[in-house]
Ligand binder design. Structure first.
Ligand code: PEP
Ligand code: MN
Length: 456
């Protein structure tokens, strides 16, 4: 494993080091209004002294896996909360999310015979872009909640005040989350021979029953292979990577370090970073900063994206056209994907680039109920996924992955699914502080559906 330390400037191109701060001179969106700049500087300085959360070698390995998927030999499964919270970074909740992703991955791998790259929206997904800087309730207006790494959700002036101490707490919460993820995925729990145990503890429902059926088949196959002499002890662990939206520059910049092997910068807050639909301006701070780190990058693309936008993003973020470097995460909406995605696929194909194409069937399908809940219809999610596969089949490009907001818990945040969650039911277990997530059963159902699409 490489060491990630700030090597003496003499060993690194001074232009590279200076470039990491060029974003400071550019227009920037969605940053908090920190009340005390000296306190932010102190928090950033502290972050800059703390150990990396991920290692450059792991980041490189993920880039290789993504390159293979972009070439048609794999599928990216990226999932987790819309917004992680400090309070929910508990063993049970983290384990349930990891189990859900492992179960979805096994459904996809077994169903489609494709290697599945498992990436959590976890261990750092704490900062949120908001449509308004403020929130008004009755006659009180306060700063909007920007995620636990910035301010509190409680609607009081104290809690909504941006607090830089939260930057450091975010780091430590990410570290303990990642520690547990590493233990679960490397310590034997993710062993394929445990495929049944990942289903334990979840409420019984039709998706679980279907999963159990598949798990029995896998079990038989594993025992058959063991009897033939295959060594399953060698594949006890699974690779599980961490990702989040690179939004908050006062967190990302101090966690960017120079890799001592290569003298190049890595953002060691996560393996994969993505830039959101709202902050991907080609001349803005976020794109400039991310263009300078070696991590694989994701870019969200909404329905109004033009081929020209895409070309400019490719030129800026992936000038060398390096396989695995760039993933486009389309979030068009079920009603728009069939017209909005094909021109992008055709244009990029004609240009000769091979980014990884992933569908986020969540963020283009938000609705608000008359009772005020932000929700999504499971049917719309499914429809966007189907539109994604149709577009790729027509263009002859590889439908390379899925990006979803999910939780392993039994929440009632998205409408529909075979449990038929309706508007009245939403109130019973609506826990998200931000966007609605698929619950455990809806996540499994979606995985079965995606596996079927991949087989077509
Ligand atoms: C998100 O992924 O939570 C998000 C805000 O997405 P987007 O940038 O696509 O709106
Ligand atoms: Mn979201």
């Amino acid at each position: 494993m490489s060491s990630l330390v700030e090597t003496p400037a003499a060993l690194t191109d001074p232009l590279v080091l200076a470039g990491l701060d060029h974003w400071r001179t550019l227009p920037i969106k969605q940053q908090p209004n920190w009340p005390d700049p000296a306190a932010v500087a102190a928090a950033s300085a502290e972050l800059a002294t703390l150990p990396p959360l991920v290692f450059a070698g792991e980041v490189d390995q993920l880039r290789e896996r993504l390159a293979s998927a972009a070439a048609g030999h794999g599928f990216l499964l990226q999932g987790g909360d819309c917004a992680e919270t400090f309070a929910d970074a508990t063993a049970d909740r983290i384990r349930n999310r990891v189990k859900t992703v492992l179960q979805m991955a096994v459904v996809l791998t077994y169903g489609a015979s494709l290697p599945v790259i498992k990436v959590g929206r976890m261990a750092g997904q704490f900062a949120k872009p908001r449509s308004s800087d403020t929130e008004t309730r009755g006659d009180v207006t306060l700063p909007a909640y920007r995620g636990d790494i910035v301010n509190g959700y409680d609607f009081t002036p104290e809690s909504r005040q941006a607090d830089p101490a939260r930057l450091v707490r975010g780091y430590h919460t990410a570290a303990s989350t990642l520690n547990l993820i590493r233990a679960f995925t490397q310590g034997g729990f993710a062993d394929l021979r445990e495929v049944h145990s990942w289903n334990r503890g979840f409420a019984e429902n039709p998706a679980n029953a279907r999963y159990e059926g598949m798990a029995r088949e896998i079990d038989r196959a594993v025992r058959f292979m063991e009897a033939c002499g295959a060594n399953f002890d060698e594949i006890k662990g699974v690779e599980f990577y961490a990702s989040h939206e690179a939004l908050l520059m006062d967190y990302e910049r101090p966690l960017t370090r120079i890799d001592s092997r290569t003298g190049t910068p890595y953002d060691v807050s996560a393996h994969l970073l993505w830039v959101g639909e709202r902050t991907r301006d080609i001349d803005g701070a976020h794109i400039d900063f991310l263009s300078r780190v070696r991590n694989p990058l994701g870019v969200k693309l909404g329905p109004s994206t033009t081929p020209d936008d895409v070309f400019r993003l490719i030129d800026k973020l992936d000038p060398e056209r390096e396989p695995g470097r760039l993933t486009f995460i389309t979030r068009m909406g079920a009603g728009r994907i069939r017209e909005a995605l094909p021109p992008l696929l055709e244009a990029v194909k004609a240009e000769g680039s091979t980014p990884l194409w992933v569908t986020d069937p969540m963020h283009g399908n938000g609705i608000t109920t008359p009772t005020g809940y932000k929700t999504r219809r499971f049917d719309d999610v499914v429809d966007e996924v189907k539109g994604f596969f149709e577009a790729h089949r027509a263009a002859g490009t590889h439908p390379g992955g899925i990006h979803v907001e999910l939780t392993g818990d039994d929440v009632t945040e998205c409408l529909g699914g075979s449990e038929m969650i309706d508007e009245a039911t939403l109130a019973t277990r609506y826990e998200s502080l931000c966007d609605p997530r698929l619950n455990h059963m809806q996540s499994l159902e979606l995985a079965f559906l995606v596996a079927e699409e991949l087989r077509k």
